[in-house]
Write a protein that binds this ligand. Structure first.
Ligand SMILES: [Zn+2]
Length: 397
């Protein structure tokens, strides 16, 4: 069976030949008729290559056939991008380099071909070459935003956060709304790297820069809590964790085990202290009950009586879970602490069978929290799913 690229090229040969024959028919000079004859010979040569499954040779012939008015350049750009999208990057590069090699390109055509080459190299993972082309276009009239976004893409993939910040700042001047929501995440990434090296002061400096003149992020507060916990300042850590929860209750799934480990290492009556803490959080933020129940379930915090009510309410509010646990909940049996604990344990077991996080933009799901979605590359769009998938139980049965 012929490959899709062969079919694509065959279609283009038919279009090119039809254009050539129309050209010969409606003109009468000898020179143009001779051009059309050459076109016809190339057409049969190209077709022969295609029939012999030699698409690269056919491509060369096609590129010669389409030499080269403005319309043909558009066709070549389109063909190149089609090859790139199909993963045939080498062919895309040949086509785009062929365009750039021409004299008499307009500035726009030259920029289009350079940008296309940048994208080809990016797709091929040749970041240095891609960076070169995008840099050349970063101040161009037609492609500056696209080129700067291309550079951001490269620096994010290479974890070159400082350079990503510089490019985002250039983009902020050109875009409305700008990319300012993302820059704090770059600083948080730098802070996380410093935190892994136990360079706490450096990490704090990056987090300070993350909120300087910008909206404070829940991630920043959580990381400052992590630093305080690392240096043994449990009181400050818990204060910052509470601030995180106020800002973004969905992050309770991340915060609960952190707060608990904080108390594990400092409080003498850690169980009671943890209960007191959660009671306080619930009193100050009654709207977090559902998130608290879900976070307790996925983290398996089955020995904290203060969340029992929230867990029971969570169970009752879910139609599918109520059906699944109907026997256990019948006739008020679920009201005793032991019964609630058993239900809680069963829910925790169920939660282990499915992903806990999902991207709001693209639906990518994962077991852990990513600040940048690995699939669609958006920032801060992954959050806990918030409900348990009953299907997971059936799938694994
Ligand atoms: Zn996504």
């Amino acid at each position: 069976m012929p490959a899709e690229s062969t079919i694509l090229l065959a279609t283009l040969f038919v279009i090119a030949a039809a254009a050539g024959w129309a050209f010969a028919r409606f003109t009468d000079t000898r020179q143009r008729q001779s051009d059309a004859a050459q076109l016809s010979a190339d057409y049969y040569r190209g077709l022969n290559y295609l029939l012999n499954q030699k698409p690269d040779e056919a491509l060369e012939v096609f590129m010669r056939m389409m030499e080269l008015d403005d319309e043909a350049i558009e066709t070549h750009l389109l063909l190149g991008s089609l090859f790139r999208r199909r993963g045939e990057v080498e062919r895309a590069i040949r086509i785009h380099e062929n365009i750039i090699a021409r004299a008499n390109l307009t500035t726009l055509q030259n920029d289009q071909a350079k940008f296309a080459l940048g994208e080809d190299y990016l797709k091929a993972g040749l970041f240095d070459r891609a960076e070169e082309f995008f840099e050349q276009l970063a101040d161009s009239e037609t492609h500056s935003i696209d080129a700067l976004e291309g550079l951001v893409n490269i620096y994010e993939q290479e974890h070159e956060w400082l350079r990503a910040i510089q490019v985002r700042q250039r983009l902020e001047k050109l875009l409305t709304p700008d990319g300012s929501d993302v820059i704090p995440h770059y600083y948080c990434e730098l802070a996380e790297e410093a935190l892994r090296r136990k360079e706490f002061d450096e990490a704090k400096q990056f987090l300070k820069r993350a909120r300087s003149g910008r909206r404070r992020t829940a991630r920043g507060a959580m990381m400052r809590g992590d630093i305080a916990r690392e240096v043994g300042d449990c009181q400050l850590a818990l204060k910052l964790y509470e601030r995180t929860v106020k800002q973004d209750p969905e992050l309770l799934s991340e915060i609960l085990p952190r707060a608990r480990s904080c108390l594990d290492s400092s409080a003498s009556d850690k169980g009671q202290e943890f209960s007191r803490l959660l009671k306080g959080w619930l009193a100050d933020n009654p709207g977090i009950r559902k998130e608290l129940a879900y976070a307790s379930i996925v983290n398996g915090l089955t020995d904290v009586p203060v969340v029992d009510d929230a867990v029971l309410q969570y169970l009752r509010q879910s139609e599918s879970l109520s059906v699944l646990f109907s026997a256990a909940m019948a006739e008020g049996q679920a009201e005793t602490p032991d019964a609630i604990r058993r239900l809680h344990q069963a829910l925790h077991k169920l939660s282990k069978r499915s992903a806990h996080y999902r991207c709001r933009d693209c639906g990518f799901s994962s077991a852990t929290l990513y600040w940048q979605c690995p699939s669609c590359k958006s920032w801060d769009t992954i959050r806990p799913i918030g409900y348990l998938r009953i299907e997971a139980l059936r799938e694994s049965a």
